[in-house]
Design a protein around this ligand. Structure first.
Ligand SMILES: [Zn+2]
Length: 1034
């Protein structure tokens, strides 16, 4: 989870949710931070009105008053927070003591969440499995997995449940009030009155089961959704590292355990333990509720009170409180093994190291805020001390994933670590760390550097995210969990002002913090990790040993039970059930398309420009899209690298350090990205673009354009040493995270077998990109690469290739356009690179990427129809239907994959996928049998099923857009608002007959242009099991 400061910068926060219906629920392992800093008495939960709290409403009249009771909830504290234009209102239920935090804000994307403080004392994954089980049916909604079923009966903009190291939360957001009330009912019933059925425990947690269900003599194996999920989670080395860092850094209490579950420990959990844990930890007195947005609070209070809380009395919840970690008197060293990553660096370089230091109590919000700023000063960007000392000497693949300040637990901690380095360099890392700390204490920080960091923070406060409510929830959850002052933590400008004041009064303010937290801190962990060729084998052996013990302990009665439970579970999975008890939206609730602001297009100084006036909160957003379709293939393949380094090398007027300071003190920074667009009308051609994005406060827009001009006209790539380092870090970073988004990579690779455009896309951003870039760098000198990159910029950055989109407030648009025109006057006019590449479809082929991981990611893709074809919306509805009614029940519930689904992209490619899947060929087989299933179901399809599938599509179509991104579909893909509205109403009007027609048209015969791809462990029987010829890539 991101830290509090990071989220401000990172809005919109990249929610850890994968698209489609796969992975709505996610387990989050986490980082932590701590220190022996100011450790006041642990914050007691405040009972009733303390009297001494700041009541900062001023003269504002407000609809609620402190001290008043509303439906059993007493209002304790009301404050206006100008930074985010919201009113915070904290209430407490008089009967149970449950806290409810209401954030009143003029935002239609409303959020509700129920959080519990859950502190496990083993690694069986108890809170995680309970999180899954709570969503498997409850008293009022006794259907199997109402959570997944609601995905298709709602237009939620977010629905999830997550387990953290010491909390479990159940959040959702939606813009529709009927939907909000519906989901609230389901969620509250799920957590307070779940069925926690034994069969669900077997399905979601773990079970022994016969390999062949109907054969008592077949061998027994361990199955279970969470069991597989965690095997998958820890197939990513960076996850293993982060989890171990937490466990070893704060070992004394609950953080010493794996809350998500260690696969080898999960089978120690019993159903009885789980039920007991629920009774204890899901008591209303141990719950916190969060309510955000513009819907009526009183309705929520009345419902929560009368339906759930009124039947409970208050208990003392101190049992779940977490004490501070006792600081160590001596630093510690821990070494762990990892699996050899077949896509990663060479064996001798596949090591990681990090130093973690305990910081302050997370409830000390000002200290925690300042340490976060300090951490940024030390780590972020080319002016930071650790970047200079650890990254620039170029003996690693850059910072590892654990690097940063973590405030996700009771104590905060700072981590700096490197990936892809040699064991011989561990010593060097340690020496450099110490030297850097001492040097920084001696020399201090540069004022302009501090300013650039603080400016960036202030800018992020103004930036509007459509998921602001969710971001606020996620980033307050930990502090709230430890009874910290969540309301004051929102007063970011005040914290910045206080820090500025301290810096002014005491020139050595930050150096003194360095001394305390870095130089004189004995709670210091050095964690190292190296690949072990036996890792996977050792795990398999340990798993086999555990299975053997379990099996040998079985008596005949237990064996019989296992056999019958297997059959019962299968029967219950296959049973048709009535879901009428679940609420559902109606057509009337969703008929109206969302209101869209007007988009204007103009030609300004020969450049096609798209303008949009939206309330942007004093920020101007700029997107420049350069057409690069005319580049040669040799040039195109370097675009991802070019995008990565172009703004990191300085310009002819400013070296890279000064340029970085300048950029961060005036803008949010530059972002360059490759953009790939298939023709939405006929899918017979495609174009490629390079998009530069940035935004700035209105008052800095003139400087923003000056910086754009400086970069585009005077970028400098001459420093080959630096370029070499950036390239090597780039290579290290592209191979991180494959396993956690494996289904996306599998789909990219499967699509690459369908058309040459998708093949190029995969080469530029898929698994193929990693291998390609590794070889490319081996075969070309840095000087050669430098010259090629230089040539790309010289060809691309011109008016003749450019289209621009500017989103500003109405009041500022004229001024912004003035600066924009000046900027355009300076840009050169070069050869037009506009060109359409013809798209070629390919013959069927099949690819297996052999990876050293214990789960598979499978995909099957085929070419269907382009976005504007009349069948596209029908196929999109069908994809939702197939996902919910066929793939999830079969691939997930019956076969044990963590997720599965189907989708059709704007490129016209229809794809099936599975996520963290114990099977491969069996799953591909299920994909192939879609038509058989559809045929069998065809007569049973009813209006409700069809409507639910439509709602699934609407969730995507109507999801809220950030002010800076409004109009982006028109800008990038040429999809106008009229086309969108037409597409949307076509989705709503799809009939059962139309659905049947596309089923016959696209699924009856094996498609002409199809590809299948597996990312996963070696499988010798692949060809035999599939009767297909596979290309094996290892
Ligand atoms: Zn999970």
């Amino acid at each position: 989870m991101l830290t509090r400061l990071q989220w401000l910068k990172a809005l919109p926060r990249p929610l850890r949710v994968l698209p489609g219906q796969t992975v709505r629920r996610c387990f989050k392992s986490t980082q932590v931070t701590l220190n022996e800093g100011k450790r006041g008495p642990s914050a007691e939960s405040k009972l009733a009105l303390d009297g001494d709290l700041p009541h900062i409403m001023g003269d504002r009249k407000y609809k609620y008053s402190e001290g008043q009771v509303y439906h059993g909830f007493q209002c304790e504290r009301i404050e206006y927070i100008p930074d985010f234009e919201l009113v915070s209102c904290t209430l407490r239920h008089l009967g149970t003591g449950t806290e409810l935090w209401y954030i009143d804000r003029n935002d239609t994307n409303n959020v509700f969440s129920i959080n519990f403080r859950t502190t496990p004392f083993d690694s069986t994954g108890l809170p995680h499995i309970l999180e899954h089980l709570a969503l498997c049916g409850s008293k009022n909604f006794p259907v199997r997995d109402p959570f997944f079923k609601m995905l298709n009966r709602s237009v939620a903009t977010f629905m999830n449940a997550m387990t953290g190291p010491d909390y479990t939360l159940y959040p959702f957001s939606t813009m529709n009030e009927v939907d909000f009330r519906n989901l609230q009912k389901i969620y509250l019933d799920a957590v307070f009155r779940p069925n926690l059925a034994y069969l669900d425990f077997l399905q979601e947690g773990w079970r022994l089961e016969h390999k062949e269900l109907n054969n008592r003599d077949s061998e027994l194996v361990i199955k279970g959704v969470v069991y597989n999920e965690m095997k998958g989670a820890f197939s990513e080395n960076s996850q293993v590292f982060i989890q171990n860092l937490l466990n070893n850094m704060l070992p004394d209490h609950t953080y010493g355990y794996v809350s998500g579950g260690n696969p080898l420990e999960i089978p120690k959990l019993t159903h009885t333990d789980l039920v007991k844990f629920h009774q204890k930890y899901y008591h209303p007195s141990n719950a916190r509720m969060f309510c955000y947005g513009s819907f009526d609070l009183l309705k929520t209070l009345a419902f929560v009170d009368s339906e759930y809380l009124s039947e409970h009395s208050r208990i003392d919840n101190s049992y779940s409180r977490i004490p501070n970690q006792r600081p160590w008197s001596q630093p510690r060293n821990v070494h762990i093994p990892s699996r050899l990553d077949s896509l990663g660096a060479t064996f001798d370089r596949q090591n990681q190291i990090a130093i973690a230091l305990l910081m302050c109590d997370s409830t000390d919000i000002q200290e925690s805020f300042e340490l976060n700023v300090l951490s940024d000063l030390l780590i972020r960007g080319p002016n930071s001390a650790f970047y200079k000392s650890l990254i620039e000497p170029n003996f690693s693949g850059g910072y590892n994933q654990s690097t940063g300040f973590s405030s996700d637990c009771r104590d905060t901690y700072f981590v700096v670590g490197l990936q892809d380095l040699r064991v011989e360099d561990f010593k060097r890392f340690n020496e450099l760390f110490d030297q850097t700390v001492h040097k920084t204490i001696e020399e201090g920080f540069e004022a302009q550097h501090i300013e650039s960091i603080l400016h960036n923070l202030e800018l992020s406060l103004k930036h509007q995210s459509p998921h602001f409510g969710n971001a606020l929830l996620f980033n307050s959850t930990s502090l709230w969990n430890h009874d910290g002052d969540i309301v004051s933590s929102l007063r970011v400008s005040e914290m910045i002002a206080q820090l500025r004041c301290c810096l002014k009064e005491n020139k050595k303010y930050l150096q003194q913090k360095m001394e305390k937290y870095f130089a004189n801190n004995t709670h210091k962990l050095t964690l190292t990790m190296s690949p072990d060729e036996m890792y996977e084998e050792n795990f398999k052996q340990a798993e086999a040993e555990m299975l053997k013990q379990k099996v040998s302990a079985l008596d005949s009665k237990k064996r019989k039970e296992i056999y019958t439970n297997g059959l019962k579970l299968e029967a219950s999975q296959k049973a048709k059930e009535c879901t009428d008890v679940l609420p559902c939206l109606t057509l009337n609730d969703v008929k109206e398309p969302p209101k869209l602001p007007t988009i204007e297009t103009k030609t300004i100084v020969d450049v096609p420009t798209q303008l949009c006036k939206v309330p942007t909160n004093e920020i101007s957003y700029l997107k420049c899209l350069f057409n690069i379709t005319g580049l040669s293939r040799d040039e195109l393949v370097l675009i991802p690298l070019f995008s990565n380094v172009i703004d990191d090398m300085g310009t002819s007027s400013h070296n890279f350090r000064d340029f970085d300071k300048l950029v961060l003190s005036k803008t949010a920074g530059f972002d360059f990205k490759l953009n790939f667009v298939e023709n939405v009308k006929d899918a017979k051609s495609y174009q490629m673009g390079l998009m530069m994005t940035t935004h700035a406060l209105d008052k800095n827009v003139k400087d923003m354009f000056a910086l754009c001009e400086e970069l585009l006209l005077n970028y400098k790539l001459d420093d080959t040493e630096r370029l070499k380092m950036l390239i090597e870090n780039y290579i290290s970073n592209i191979s991180v995270g494959i396993a956690s988004s494996g289904h996306l990579y599998a789909m990219l690779s499967a699509a690459a077998l369908v058309s040459d455009a998708a093949k190029l896309k995969s080469l530029l951003s898929g698994v193929d990109h990693i291998d390609f870039m590794k070889k490319y760098v081996e075969q070309h000198s840095t000087e050669e690469i430098r010259d090629r990159l230089k040539a790309i910029g010289a060809k691309v950055f011109s008016k003749s290739n450019m289209r621009v989109a500017i989103n500003t407030s109405e009041a500022f648009q004229a001024t912004a356009l003035e600066h924009y025109q000046n900027f355009l006057q300076k840009l050169p006019t070069l050869k037009d690179m506009n060109k359409n590449n013809e798209l070629k479809l390919l013959d069927p082929s099949f690819q297996h990427y052999v990876m050293n991981i214990p789960v598979n990611y499978c995909a099957k893709s085929f070419f269907a129809v382009p976005y504007l074809h009349e069948d596209h919306p029908v196929l999109r509805v069908l994809a939702k239907l197939v996902s919910a009614k066929y793939l999830l029940p079969v691939v997930r519930e019956q076969n044990g994959a963590y997720g599965a689904g189907a989708k059709i992209g704007s490129d016209g490619i229809f794809a099936f996928f599975s996520y963290r899947d114990p099977h491969s060929t069996k799953t591909l087989d299920a994909f192939d049998k879609t038509y058989d299933w559809l045929l069998a179901e065809s007569n049973k399809l009813d209006q409700q099923t069809l409507f639910e599938a439509k709602l699934g599509v609407l969730q995507q179509l109507d999801s809220p857009t950030a002010p800076g991104n409004i109009g982006i579909d028109f800008f990038l893909y040429g999809v106008s608002q009229e086309m969108f509205v037409k597409y949307r109403s076509r989705v709503l009007s799809v009939t059962l007959d139309e659905l049947r027609a596309v089923i016959d048209k696209y699924f009856k015969e094996e498609p002409k242009h199809v590809g299948k791809c597996i990312l996963g462990p070696a499988n010798e029987n692949l060809e035999e099991e599939t009767k297909l010829k596979w290309k094996i890539i290892s």
